[in-house]
Ligand binder design. Structure first.
Ligand code: ZN
Length: 344
């Protein structure tokens, strides 16, 4: 049965790629190599467009980045997390949120690495909390180990939706009340997004897809990053559903992977709780994975409890390093179509 086989293969691809459950915490990361110069920065254009001049990499906005860091440090403190102070120099501006907060990202590794670019998002849903810690620790680790990234480029946007995070009461949605993971301009958005939201979710405001496709600055920020860095794979970190999901080319199938990869995949598949929940207009998985053929993994951490965040980092860091190291075979990008589904 094609559907079943594809789903199994897809989930297995996710499982093996993340390798999260079989790998011991504390295993050394070893990408091997040296860091190259970062890419030139380009000026930001007006928000609201996703055209030829992406707003990624505005060279300097020291005040905004310093304020972003100050807010982050204060909140990290309140959450009881022990993390190094935020260094504004590390971050680049990629846009501003509905409330005018910086939308930031950091870049690591070899900017000239043409074969292996990984784009990592976290906190698309700001009330999920634990993904922030994992992303910030990842950024810290990548910053401290530049020699480990020779043939890989990694871009991390740790707080995609800051307004909901800094709201008095944290929200899943952004400041416009939109679920940013239902707002991507997928082909079916106009026809189905609002209809499915009403029918399937009873109009639950936590999942409101917005007034139109790509209407939100936090969505456009992600779209611009995808367009600008042209990732070979995307990882989005969420919580608390405790599973992994895969969207992307069907050609990531067992038979087409190298033998050792297949073995690892089979070994891991039985340990992974995986779920498959159908398709949603406007989700990142549909937008990047299905429609653009970029292998897109969603890692759902087990809880949103800040006290467990450090444990999740320890548990998942090796898996995330596996994702970063993994080179998606070139044939994958020659294929059309995709499979998988977004439940997050
Ligand atoms: Zn989520």
């Amino acid at each position: 049965m094609i559907l079943g086989r594809t789903i199994a293969a897809a989930l297995c691809a996710g499982a093996a790629g993340l390798g999260v459950f079989a790998l011991a915490a504390g295993d050394a990361w070893a990408f091997g190599g040296k860091k190259a110069a970062s890419t030139d920065e380009v000026p930001e254009t007006t928000a609201g467009t996703t055209g030829s001049a992406p707003a990624i990499g505005r060279a300097s906005d020291e005040a905004a980045l310093k304020s972003w860091c100050a807010d982050l440090d204060a909140e990290v403190n309140r959450l009881g997390w022990t993390l190094p102070p935020c260094d504004w120099r590390r971050w680049k501006l990629g846009g501003t949120s509905v409330r005018g907060r910086p939308l930031v990202y950091a870049e690591f590794g070899n900017a000239q690495a043409e074969e292996n670019t990984t784009l990592i998002f976290s906190m698309v849903h700001p009330d999920e909390i634990t993904p922030l810690y994992v992303a910030l620790q990842l950024v810290q680790w990548l910053g401290e180990h530049p020699q480990s990234l020779t043939e890989a480029r990694v871009i991390v946007a740790p707080l995609v939706n800051p307004d909901g995070f800094y709201a008095e009461r944290r929200t899943r949605t952004n400041a416009n009340g939109v679920d940013v993971n239902r707002n991507f301009g997928t082909a079916d958005w106009s026809r189905e997004a609002l209809q499915k939201w009403r029918k399937r979710f009873g109009g639950n405001p936590r999942r409101y897809p917005g007034t139109g496709p790509n209407s939100e600055p936090e969505t456009r920020f992600q779209v611009r990053l995808i367009e600008e860095v042209q990732p070979h794979k995307v990882l989005s970190v969420h919580s608390p559903l405790n599973f992994m999901d895969y969207d992307g080319p069907m050609s990531i199938a067992l038979k087409q992977f190298p033998k050792e990869y297949v073995h690892k995949c089979l070994e891991l598949r039985s340990r992974v709780k995986a779920q498959h929940g159908g398709f949603f207009p406007g989700s990142l998985g549909n937008y990047a994975g299905q429609e653009r053929g970029i292998p897109t993994l969603t890692l759902e951490l087990p809880t949103a409890d800040a006290r467990h965040a450090h444990g999740y980092w320890e548990r998942f860091k090796e898996g995330i390093s596996t994702v970063i190291r993994f080179e998606v075979p070139a044939y994958v990008f020659r294929e059309q179509g995709g499979d998988g589904g977004s439940v997050n």
